[in-house]
Write a protein that binds this ligand. Sequence first.
Ligand code: ATP
Ligand code: MG
Length: 462
Amino acid sequence: MPLSTGRVLAAAGLIGGVPAATLVVLMGTEALAPLPGLVALGVTALAALALARIWLGNLRRLSEALRQAADDHGEVPALEGPLLLPSVAEIGETARRLARALATQADQVARLRQADAAIIERLPDPLVVLDEGGAPLRANGAARTLFGGGGGAPGGDLAALLRHPALAEAVAEARADGAPRRADIALPVPVPRELTVHAVPLHPPLSDGGRLLLLLSDRTRDRAVERMRADFVANASHELRTPLASVIGFIDTLRGPAKDDPEAQARFLGIMADQADRMRRLIDDLLGLSRIEITEHQPPIGRVDLAALAAAEAEALGPVLAQRGVTVALALTPGTMAAPADAGQIGQVLRNLLENAARYGREGGTIRLAVAPADPGGTRWPARPGVMLSVADEGPGIPRQHIPRLTERFYRVDRGRGRSIGGTGLGLAIVKHIVNRHRGVLLIESEEGVGSTFRVWLPAEG
Ligand SMILES: Nc1ncnc2c1ncn2[C@@H]1O[C@H](COP(=O)(O)OP(=O)(O)OP(=O)(O)O)[C@@H](O)[C@H]1O
Ligand SMILES: [Mg+2]
């Protein structure tokens, strides 16, 4: 863009005005002869014009460079051509440095923002931002997973959560006085969940209008563990109390009514021995279970010849099997090795499963005990190399609804019957923990009226 003549003239007037006026006054008072005066006037005008052009040209280039930098948010370009005004060059240099510092800062701010966004997005706990009206604005990945929303929008379950009276109250209170609030809520659908929600008001609001932060922690698992622990203590004491009450009762009888009745004494002592034995077994099982739990995160070491171990355990259980007239049909592939595996623990798995098959299977029936390399194409166990052991009986089977709960401690399908035949409901819990420690899989299949099959997949060396 050329310099406008008017501007140049105005600037030249400003620069040369005073000396020109002085010359004119000097000529007027005849202190200066007309000819030299006119020459001096002409030179002054020319010098003022030249200076005005240079001055305005330099300033225009500087302002253009600054405008360009502001538009592109980047470097201030170097000023082209000679700069006759040194101060303009200096200002240009300072502006360039300023622009560079601003660009670095802007870059840092952008990177910090990105880091913040990434941290919030990947936070394991769900986080939701509410706007002024209490409507959800944004949700992080964990919240979207929890509430089933796609993209950045939280899903429909969130609306149900926000309507929850306890949460609505916490949000209203937090907004009213600006202090964080906490609410414990239980959502019954679609999956029962227990959540702790922290409502944190934001002062000042976020740049996108966010006024309140909802931080959720899913406490479902913790609560289940707490309940399980409480149930466990209640169950364990209940299981011990029954035989203990019976022993105390018999002691009283032996001291009193049966004091002089050797026959009754012998009978009662027999029952007392059974009850004491039951308590001992219960305590052994509980201790065993807690020992397995302690080591559950440490993988076992060693290799186990599963076929040989299965044959040995079946033989050792002979007396129990004979009592119920049960026979064991073995289908063992020799040399089937489980590894890494703990022989003592796998032996216990076999014992517990065989004992159950004998106890709950058909009296006089057959138990099929099989050991073989696992089919790598199976869908219900890993495709890695593995071995499968299975124990199948011809019992009445287990109603479908009980199957998922069989491995819970003290869980018995038929409480009364289970206890009367000596079960404590810990056998399968022990099996489950041992299998978990071996990174194996326990599969339970049962058909009512036909029988039950318990299968255990264990890793083998590849
Ligand atoms: N083969 C089976 N057929 C039918 N029901 C079974 C079978 N195995 C287990 N069950 C059911 O599962 C319940 C839990 O079995 P588990 O082995 O954990 O405990 P238990 O046999 O009662 O006691 P424990 O093994 O501690 O002496 C049993 O009470 C029984 O009701
Ligand atoms: Mg059992």
